[in-house]
Design a protein around this ligand. Structure first.
Ligand SMILES: Nc1ncnc2c1ncn2[C@@H]1O[C@H](COP(=O)(O)OP(=O)(O)OP(=O)(O)O)[C@@H](O)[C@H]1O
Length: 268
């Protein structure tokens, strides 16, 4: 179980950014800017149970990546609580990091190593023994359809192959929570489908999966829960059915647009 309560992140702005923002603010005022501070995440709360898949939605700049970086200990929250199976992530980030699998936009591979060598390296870093590592590699490579390029060097792979290998290295240590930031962005339909099927394989397991996306069809296909954030604040937090029911059409696009435009907070 993953529980996130009243998460906040403020960034101190440097003088150059303040000047740039002042210029921009002549046209658009961002409600999150307060003097020399920018409240990238103002109040985000949600939970995701074991074996549930949660889709994190929001327009560009809403605060999705900042929230996911806090969940995965890459960033210290300014305020708020994050608990995994009852243990406090904010209080003990180093100990909790190994229990989380986090794919970010900057997750990458060692170019001169093969996919297998990369994944073995990260598995060993997590203290896995060779037997359990071999078994887990077999399982994860099956699910992500990696076998055909497992022994190719990372720098020879296509974008889709690299992303599947990145996900393999992210989850090789069997984390208790999987967090994926826009895992299918920029991928072709087949690579994206492989990744979505992989996410689906966690359903009914004991692992909660949180992923951010701009692709509403992915949410429709996969998610049990939906969280929509806008201007750093949770605007919707509930089941996929409850999200769809907010529009008479049941169309995710209509719900997304109306919530973001109206900026109404809904909790189900
Ligand atoms: N280190 C930082 N210092 C100042 N502002 C930051 C910093 N990091 C992020 N921000 C700002 O916080 C806001 C939220 O950014 P974030 O990357 O979390 O949004 P996002 O929802 O992931 O957007 P996208 O969909 O475009 O990836 C943006 O306005 C961004 O410019």
């Amino acid at each position: 179980m993953l529980e996130v309560k009243n998460l906040k992140k403020r960034f101190r702005l440097d003088n150059k950014t303040i000047k740039e923002n002042k210029k921009k603010n002549q046209e658009v005022v961002d409600v999150r800017e307060e003097g020399h501070w920018f409240n990238a995440v103002r109040d985000v709360s949600f939970s995701c149970g074991s074996g549930e898949v949660l889709g994190l939605l929001g327009p560009n700049g809403a605060g999705k990546t900042t929230s996911l970086r806090m969940l995965s200990t890459a960033l210290q929250p300014s305020e708020g609580n994050i608990m995994i199976n009852g243990d406090d992530v904010v209080a003990q980030p180093v100990a909790m990091r190994r229990r989380i699998g986090f794919l970010s936009g900057t997750t990458s591979l060692y170019h001169r190593l093969t996919v297998r060598e990369n994944v073995q390296y990260f598995g060993r870093l997590h203290g896995m023994n060779e037997d359990e590592l071999d078994k887990e590699i077999q399982k994860v490579f099956d699910l992500l359809d990696i076998h055909s390029f497992a022994d190719k060097k990372a720098d020879t792979l296509s974008t889709g192959m690299k992303q599947r290998a990145n996900i393999a290295r992210t989850v090789i240590h069997r984390p208790e929570v999987v967090v994926l930031d826009e895992p299918t962005t920029g991928l072709d339909v087949i690579s994206a489908k492989t990744i979505l099927d992989f996410i689906e394989s966690y359903k009914g397991s004991n692992v909660p999966v949180v992923f951010s996306t701009h692709h509403l069809h992915e949410v429709e296909k996969l998610c049990d829960r939906v969280v929509l954030i806008n201007h750093g604040t949770t605007q919707f937090n509930g089941s996929l059915q409850a999200f769809k029911a907010l529009s008479e059409t049941g169309n995710l696009y209509d719900v997304f647009v109306s919530l973001v435009e109206k900026e109404v907070a809904v909790t189900c």
